[in-house]
Design a binder for this molecule. Structure first.
Ligand code: SF4
Ligand code: SF4
Length: 124
């Protein structure tokens, strides 16, 4: 059964069911930033049952005045520190950052549709 999401500002739609067949392409690949805001930092730390400062030390990197989730380098690829490579899914799914929740409807992809189609098999 298809579970299609559309967005008025985008030419493409997204079939959520494809996430069950995909190996988590949006959490691995090229290095990039996975931004987290102060509320998300608190929410994820709470989910992990650790103090905010411990969470920052272990899982975040500071970029200018902002924070991004760390990545792990695997051969020539990178994966988010919260990607579970065995189950091929996010280990903090219920508290994942807004950046992850809004994929694949990112402004950048409005004019780079080929790129998002290449990355995400759920694009239709
Ligand atoms: S790349 Fe697309 S299909 Fe794959 S997990 Fe991410 S959102 Fe789902
Ligand atoms: S937080 Fe979860 S959904 Fe977001 S990039 Fe990391 S593993 Fe993927």
């Amino acid at each position: 059964m298809q579970n299609i999401i559309t967005h008025k500002d985008f030419e493409y739609a997204f079939d959520i069911n494809k996430c069950y067949e995909c190996d988590g392409n949006c959490c691995i690949g090229e290095s990039g930033y996975i931004w987290v805001n102060p509320k998300e930092i608190k929410d994820i730390a709470k989910f992990l049952d650790i103090e905010d400062q411990e969470f920052k030390n272990r899982f975040l990197r500071k970029v200018g005045y902002r924070f991004s989730l760390k990545e792990i380098k695997k051969n020539s690829s990178y994966e988010c520190i919260f990607f579970n490579p065995i189950e091929k899914k996010c280990s903090i799914y219920s508290v994942r950052p807004n950046q992850c929740r809004t994929f694949p409807f990112w402004d950048y992809f409005k004019t780079n549709i080929k790129e998002v189609k290449k990355e995400c098999p759920g694009i239709i």
